[in-house]
Design a protein around this ligand. Sequence first.
Ligand SMILES: [Zn+2]
Length: 440
Amino acid sequence: MMTRTIVLLCILMAAALAQPQGKTVADNQITVIKCGKLIDGKSDTPIENAVILVEGNKIKLVGHNVSIPKGATVIDLSSATVLPGLIDAHTHVLLQGDITTDDYDAQLLKESIPYRTLRATVACKIALMNGFTTLRDLETEGAMYADVDLKKAINNGVIDGPRMFVATRAINATGRYGLSNSAYAWELRMPKGVQEITGADEARRAVREQVSYGADWIKVYADQSYYRLPDGSFRSIQNFTTEEMNAIGEQTRMLRRKLSAHAVTRDGIIYAVNAGARSVEHGQAMDDECIQLVAQKGVFWCPTIYVNVWVAEGRAKEGNPIWPQLLENMPKVFGKALKAGVKITFGTDAGGFDWKENQAKEFSYMVKWGMTPMQAIKSATTVAADLLEMSGKIGEISPSAFADIVATQEDPLKDIRALERIGFVMKNGILYKNEMTAGR
Ligand SMILES: [Zn+2]
């Protein structure tokens, strides 16, 4: 009996030792970062030769007259541009790019959820190494609540990854999402990329369930099946009844969560915004009325440009010429929204394109279509933090914010593509990447 107890204890101890320790930072650990240029996320101009003092996982001081405490680790980035950790407000870490329907279906049919989750751990690491210290991950595409596990594993230091805000399964109306019923024999019950609902009660149940499993955001697919009228305007099919959408909005609000709406044309945008959506995703075909509504209600627009660039040609070849047409329409919409004062937040739909593509490619399109480099940087820092109701905590380099800090050797205000070459990443006071001071 005794021997058995000892064996059991040994097994338990071995299991405990096998638990990863995780990367942590001591509360009293002090790191001083000397910056060449500091873009703090709030100011319109960079600050020259500032010093950041990090204590534990928070920024304690930022300025010119910061004395370096004894025993502090000093990181010299005086030839670099330092910025707040970037925020991508629209990703799918559980997806690996899907130009065609077959690409998408193969992931749901041929890869188990554990396998997809393993792949997602790589996506999380890539995002972090690219300088994205926070993601709003907008649904798992059939991988159920695996995003909640990924968030937990990151927070517990089991894997390296960004801060995660997760939406779990997303909601669409019955029959309105992949895997398409018409693509497979009708007697088969195919897996679905979303939670399907019919009626206001099922809508409420879906929100309640998702929140109970850990959803920070509720994501809905407000419209689909985009088409163009002879006058050149774009329309789509409204997926939910207004009653269903209002029920989702109300339940989301009651449970103190936030609503994100995939909505491309006025058929999706107007009723979703009126139901309380905090952000409109994609919106490639927003018309003037939508732009005014979104601006007036202070709703965030997450344009996800790069995914459109990535899928347009392939989808046209597959028989969907609407995709290049939507892409062609985007610069005009972007310019109008910018002029109207819409809160444009950085979001790429990474995962909708291959994770081998750096999601920071989004920036160059924002600048090409009318933003200043500083506006584009703010969209991925202070504006995105505002979307997440995390102002003052992330997206800025200021006292009491979390120490989420990145740097690049070149000046992104001169060439925004410098953000595709982030060489230094600190998240929550922990250093994950430093290719910039090695050997100096
Ligand atoms: Zn998406």
